[in-house]
Design a binder for this molecule. Structure first.
Ligand code: CS2
Length: 491
């Protein structure tokens, strides 16, 4: 059978009428946004709102999207003129549209100058980032710049061609400064609490090491609103490509499949114009932290717990894991513990919480537990240990939170309860010198992990109740398996 043609500007008119496509003239659309880290999440979230804006006639809000490492997305989308399918999937229903807001794609290692020039372009009003937790070069002990990180060190060298997000931002911003370009806003769209403040801190420090004047400019002239982003966008699979091809009649090498639910809540602190995204449901608020905490602790923390439990119990996906009633009972306890740590109005957190099990159990989005477990050692501190600390300080119970931490700790050995090995993708964990190299008895394993300071800090290993509860939960999981231990504890 011959291959169907590729999705592209030339084949758009072959699509069935029900498939929405860019109704605007892409040749007159202009880029107002540079995005760093053009993964699935960006294409299922910010790029969709930009597409809506372009369709409403806001012609200056297209995107130049850059990959900092891999050419995969550019290789898939270049033959498609940057077009791709965005499909909302919910319990058998699928609603697809073609997104046209990515006007240009840059692979930074191939053409670093193109990315610096894009950031420096006076037409650019906004830089957005999805570079994951490890993309910020944070020293987890100080909260400042990790000057020992070899990639950061290389980018700090005089005359260096940048490789990191911070290196590119500093180089592009410096060029704007020297040219007297209009103000710029930089928005982190990663799951980090106070992500704007963190980015401002590390970038200002990085920039000041380049030049004092640049450091001052970053601190004084660039706006770094914090933002909370939300949408479950699993990595798409060959089966997803086949589904989309059957719907479109053309081949899309990299479609995005996502859930209908989403949020993008941005602190209303812009250096220049705000992106005209309110009509899509994007919200601008004075203080985003209550939303960040709600999302990180209720959704992402539950995800991290499900990922660890799933890896140990052999559940490959989130919907499979939450189909087990004991996982559901555990999650309810987990949310009973985390919800009271939030500072948002209870009616908001309750509604958010109530939507989570239905979101997680969406059978059309087989979100892999191994995907969520990636970089878990960078996720556990803010998702699980931050609320746990607060409850410990108040003398409150932490059974579900401790159980989640214990499951993560056990999962770091990379072997399921049935003895099946799985891969751990967590460079920060691999780089930790104290990581046990051979299986240890549970109490020695717990002891070893408690010395993992970037995760547990100096305080938690000194907290008698936390240490004894963690030791007990780790031993129980090691002895009975995660599901039996969970059933015994949470019903
Ligand atoms: C997940 C998130 O991979 C992970 O760590 O918890 O990607 C999650 O799906 C999104 O933040 C949902 O908004």
């Amino acid at each position: 059978m011959s291959q169907p043609p590729r999705l592209s500007a030339a084949t758009l008119d072959r699509l069935p009428p029900a498939i929405a496509r860019p109704g605007y003239d892409r040749s007159t659309a202009r880029a107002g946004i540079v995005h760093l880290g053009v993964g699935a999440f960006h294409r299922g979230h910010q790029a969709v709102f930009a597409d809506d804006a372009l369709a409403r006639g806001e012609a200056g809000w297209g995107i130049v999207a850059a990959s900092l490492r891999s050419p995969d997305t550019r290789d898939a989308l270049a033959p498609q003129d940057g077009l791709y399918t965005f499909a909302l999937r919910d319990r058998g229903s699928i609603e697809a549209r073609v997104i046209g807001s990515i006007l240009a794609l840059i692979v930074a290692p191939e053409d670093p100058e193109a990315l610096i020039a894009a950031i420096a372009d006076p037409a650019i009003k906004l830089v957005t980032l999805t570079v994951t937790e490890k993309g910020y070069g944070i020293d987890r002990a100080t909260g400042g710049l990790d000057r020992s990180d070899p990639a950061i060190q290389a980018d700090l060298a005089a005359g260096a061609v940048p490789r990191t997000a911070l290196g590119f931002l500093a180089a592009g911003i410096d060029r704007r400064r020297l040219a007297g370009a209009p103000p710029l806003t930089v928005i982190s769209c990663d799951n980090l609490s106070k992500n704007g403040e963190i980015l401002r801190t590390v970038l200002a420090e990085f920039a000041s090491l380049k030049s004092e004047a640049l450091g001052r400019y970053v601190s004084d002239e660039i706006a770094f609103p914090s933002s909370m982003v939300d949408r479950i966008v699993p990595a798409s699979t060959e089966a997803d490509r086949a589904t989309i091809e059957a719907m479109l009649g053309v081949r899309d090498a990299w479609p995005i499949l996502a859930e209908p639910a989403f949020d993008w809540i941005i602190e209303d602190r812009f250096a220049g114009p705000r992106p005209p995204f309110e009509a899509s449901g994007v919200r601008f608020v004075a203080d985003v932290e209550p939303y960040e905490h709600m999302k990180l602790r209720l959704l992402n923390g539950a995800h991290t717990a499900i990922a660890a439990i799933g890896l140990l119990a052999g559940f490959a996906t989130v919907p499979k894991a939450v189909a087990d009633p004991s996982v559901g009972r555990f999650l309810n306890r987990y949310w009973d513990e985390t919800e009271p740590t939030l500072s948002i109005e209870p009616v908001v957190s309750r509604a958010y919480r109530d939507a989570l099990l239905p979101r997680f159990s969406n059978p059309d989005l087989p979100h892999r537990t191994s995907q969520i477990a990636t970089d878990a050692s960078l996720k556990v501190p803010q998702r699980l240990l931050a609320p746990l600390r607060e409850r410990l300080e108040r003398g409150e119970s932490v059974d579900a939170l401790v159980f989640a931490v214990a499951a993560w700790l056990r999962s770091c050995a990379g072997v399921s309860d049935a003895g099946v090995p799985f891969e751990i993708k967590d460079p920060a964990l691999s780089a930790w010198a104290g990581r046990p190299s051979a299986p240890l008895p549970p109490s020695a394993e717990t002891e070893a992990f408690l010395s993992f300071e970037p995760v547990f800090g100096r305080d938690l290993p000194q907290h008698p109740r936390f240490v004894s509860e963690l030791r007990e939960a780790v031993a129980e999981i090691a002895d009975q398996g995660v599901l039996a231990a969970m059933k015994r504890r949470f019903g």
